[in-house]
Design a binder for this molecule. Structure first.
Ligand SMILES: *Cc1c(COP(=O)(O)O)cnc(C)c1O
Length: 448
């Protein structure tokens, strides 16, 4: 076979002068352009060796396209049209404008751990502690990186080397890899299972409690329910049993909410303030579940117990970064004005959206997506470790001649500059519009 004629290909320097590549070099830098040029030239050489006829004029644009693809950030905005409003894989709660402004302000230098009054060292949690005590009635509060960390810190502080009493019906796995028995073990706490899977009575706790008990724990499970012949011990009763024995009652609420969602017609989740009022010593919950803020773990409760957590050296390894702290403070501030909360907090806005409004949006958007039909669906509040109640909604449904063709349509929507994520259900691709708030940006990418 004759040796291929490599001279039909430009040199790297010549290729770099191609207009498409020169423009890309101006945007992404000369080093990136050089890498891109070398890669496409190497591929063209291999193509020649294999008997192909590469087009030299296409090399510049090919290298530029490669640079543009590399230039895309990995972590990007997407449209969450899955129907799961608080989606753990899609960043849970979208933050309000107020939080974005606070993040921008704190991104530079800020008084993170600096007391502006005294000019001395301050405490990073002080920026949210007053708000949290105000909103829950707690004596004290602290924040860490997420609720999993809050639970770990709480158990380690109260119960390391001692017994933690917990009902057998609450030894749960919550989304991904958070399993209560494993967390207890890592916290150094001995788990003592009380009662049975479906029924636990006050007497079960009274019999198990003793001098070795570090705390009595309750795990609120919003991702499943034990139904049928069941019994559990109510908060106030369990708190009384713990307090009588002189040990703290510690509650992991998971998706704790700071306003009563019943006022918006939503299913009720327990509120930290009410659990504290029932006698709990400490309550933990997430910042980015129903609260609608950034990823954070919040602990509220009695001053002496919160102080014990604050002294734990583990806390340093779980502290919240300044950007999340700024966002959390801004979101908590919105709760001081509950009347406007549903307008200002995007997660709540999506959850309370009237179905007529979603229907009207579906009618506006359907013509822009070929072959789409409007379908009645049920959105979920969350999934995995979040409450899974359903809310009536509307979706645009797309069909395709085969499963493969449907996958291809879904993939095309994921390749858009703001990827659109739907869900496949019964042979159709569904775009649930409940959480679509930026209709203009969505439309600007269509038709597809
Ligand atoms: C979600 C959840 C957690 C974990 O919270 P993250 O903020 O995701 O770390 C722990 N416990 C319960 C009961 C939960 O629902």
């Amino acid at each position: 076979m004759a040796r291929p004629d490599f001279s039909v290909l430009p040199s790297v320097d010549r290729l770099l002068e191609a207009p498409a590549l020169a423009a890309a070099a101006a945007e992404y830098g000369r080093a990136e352009a050089l890498t891109g040029a070398r890669q496409v030239l190497a591929e063209a050489r291999r193509a020649l060796e294999a008997g192909g006829v590469p087009d030299p004029a296409a090399l510049g644009p090919a290298a530029a396209a490669r640079m543009a693809a590399r230039g895309q950030p990995s972590l990007r905005r997407v449209f969450n049209l899955t129907g799961v409003v608080l989606h753990t894989n899609l960043g849970r709660a979208p933050l309000p404008q107020e939080a974005l402004a606070a993040i921008a302000a704190a991104a530079g230098t800020c008084n993170l751990e600096y007391d502006l009054k005294t000019g001395r060292r301050g405490d990073r949690d002080s920026h949210v502690e007053t708000l949290l005590t105000e909103l829950t009635g707690a004596e004290a509060a602290l924040v860490v990186n997420n609720n999993a960390a809050a639970v770990l810190l709480m158990l380690n502080s109260l119960s390391a080397g001692r017994d933690t009493l917990v009902s057998r019906g609450e030894l749960v796995e919550i989304g991904g890899s958070f399993r209560m028995p494993e967390i207890m073990a890592r916290a150094g706490a001995r788990m003592v299972e009380v009662g049975t899977t479906n029924r636990t009575h006050p007497g079960d706790f009274e019999a198990a409690i003793g001098p070795e008990t570090g705390c009595v724990m309750k795990v609120h499970t919003s991702n499943y329910e034990v139904v049928g012949f069941t019994a559990s011990v109510p908060d106030d009763r369990l708190a009384r049993i713990a307090v009588t024995a002189g040990v703290p009652y510690a509650v992991d609420l998971g998706a704790g909410q700071l306003v009563d969602l019943a006022r918006y017609g939503l299913p009720q989740e327990p509120m930290p303030g009410r659990v504290l009022a029932a006698g709990a010593g400490l309550v933990t919950f997430s910042g980015d579940k129903l609260l609608g803020g950034p990823q954070a773990g919040i602990v509220v409760g009695q001053g002496s117990l919160v102080a014990a957590l604050k002294r734990n050296p583990m806390r340093r390894a779980m502290r919240l970064g300044k950007l999340s702290l700024a966002a959390l403070e801004a979101v908590l501030r919105l709760y001081r004005d509950p009347d406007r909360l549903a307008e200002r907090l995007p997660a709540l806005r999506a959850l309370v959206r009237p179905v007529e409004e979603i229907e009207a949006q579906a009618r506006r958007l359907a013509p822009a997506i070929e072959g789409s039909e409007i379908t009645v669906v049920a959105s979920q509040i969350g999934s995995g470790s979040l409450p899974v109640e359903y809310l009536e909604s509307r979706a645009l449904a797309l069909s395709a001649p085969s499963g493969k063709a449907l996958e291809a349509r879904a993939a095309a929507f994921r390749q858009l500059s703001i990827p659109v994520i739907g869900r496949l259900s019964e042979g159709r691709l569904l775009f649930d519009l409940r959480a679509l708030d930026d209709e203009a940006a969505f439309l600007s990418q269509l038709p597809l």
